[in-house]
Design a protein around this ligand. Structure first.
Ligand SMILES: Nc1ncnc2c1ncn2[C@@H]1O[C@H](COP(=O)(O)OP(=O)(O)OP(=O)(O)O)[C@@H](O)[C@H]1O
Length: 346
């Protein structure tokens, strides 16, 4: 079974006579397996929107290889686009139309039976407000209307760019529940997001990008487990013992950060090493707790946006290219981008 999305070595350079060239995508690789909710994460300007726009034929790449549902794109996009729903650009609606009328119009234009309108309104939870004008909709409701419009054609793959952008916590939760229910119905969802806790709660797998390249990918828990350096909270007797314990534990690989009444110890793979090392010094542990790593810590470390070190790791060596590399892949369309041909800046 071919994956829902395969991207290898995707490159995109924005050129302008007015400002320096931007390498928005610098050999990006990504694979989204079918039936998954896949989170696409990265700091501002890391190339997420550019990737999704290229995938959907809204912008042209300078190189690389892409397949959607087994079809090479952009060459075979017309054959597959009917199976893909997307909300990538900010959706614009006629404010004086109701949600129902908006979708009816879109269905009619696309040759989709009008019966689908009520189905998708129910799917996104807007059926009660269907007769209301869009201008009375909240941001969350407008986003749901946008998703409803993408669902009209019963897509197998749904691509959403920052669907929770600007929403309040209730709206974010509604959007999460909607995506979960779509995934439960067998749809593949590719969703870009800044909201790390959302991705942790919602997604099965994810790709983290930075500066136009993949830094890691895999199951959400697996990535956190692979990259997250969990910390240990260690408590011993009194203050004197605390500083003696800090001295005993600090090594080249182990970092000890003293807190008021405990130590935070990182770089230790086996907590038993802590108890043994301290017992050898006749210091006895009264509490030893492992703080589980979270996605935020992993994200900040991997994308180099952490406020420490300034270290920026390149593509994760653990992630092997799953697709033909550029040398063996059919050459993707290579374009020379000029100021005239470039999309307008965001
Ligand atoms: N039309 C454009 N013309 C010139 N540069 C662009 C254009 N669109 C994007 N860029 C640049 O390309 C890089 C990637 O932008 P992109 O919008 O794809 O990132 P992103 O990860 O989606 O960011 P954000 O999370 O802020 O939306 C950025 O440096 C951006 O300034």
């Amino acid at each position: 079974m071919s994956p829902a999305v395969e991207i290898a070595g995707l490159r995109k350079r924005y050129s302008s006579i007015f400002r320096p060239n931007t390498m928005a995508l610098d050999g990006l690789d990504m694979v989204v397996e079918k039936g998954q909710v896949h989170g696409f994460l990265g700091p501002n300007g890391s190339g997420k929107t550019t990737t999704l726009r290229i995938l959907l034929g809204l912008a042209r790449a300078n190189g690389g290889y892409m397949r959607i549902l087994g079809h090479e794109v952009p060459r075979e996009l017309p054959q597959v686009i009917q199976r893909v729903g997307s909300v990538v650009e900010s959706p614009q609606f006629f404010k004086h139309f109701s949600g129902h009328k908006t979708l009816s119009l879109l269905a009619k234009t696309a040759g989709i039976p009008n019966s689908r309108v009520l189905e998708v309104l129910a799917q996104v939870g807007l059926h009660d407000r269907a007769k209301q004008k869009v201008k009375a909709y909240s941001l969350g409701m407008r986003q749901r209307l946008a998703v409803a419009s993408a669902l009209l054609k019963q897509p197998e793959l749904l691509i959403l760019d920052e669907p929770a952008n600007g929403m309040d916590p209730a709206g974010i939760r509604e959007m999460r529940e909607l995506m979960q229910s779509l995934a439960a119905q067998g749809m593949t969802v590719l969703v870009s997001s800044h909201l790390l806790s959302e991705v942790q709660q919602l997604c099965d797998t994810m790709t983290i990008v930075s500066r136009g390249r993949r830094v890691t990918s895999g199951g959400v828990d697996e990535v956190i487990g692979r990259h997250g350096v969990g910390e240990l909270r260690v408590r011993v007797g009194d203050d004197e013992q605390l500083s003696a314990a800090a001295q005993a534990l600090e090594t080249e690989d182990v970092t000890v950060t003293p807190a008021t009444d405990h130590l935070m110890v990182s770089g230790v793979s086996d907590p038993a090493w802590v108890t043994k090392t301290l017992a050898d010094e006749e210091i006895y542990v009264s509490e030893l707790v492992r703080n589980a790593p979270d996605l935020e810590t992993v994200f900040l470390q991997l994308t180099g946006t952490a406020p420490v070190d300034g270290r920026y790791p390149q593509v994760d060596d653990a992630v092997l290219p799953a697709l033909p590399t550029q040398a063996t892949a059919p050459a993707a369309e290579t374009v020379t981008v000029t100021a005239d041909s470039e999309e307008s800046a965001k």
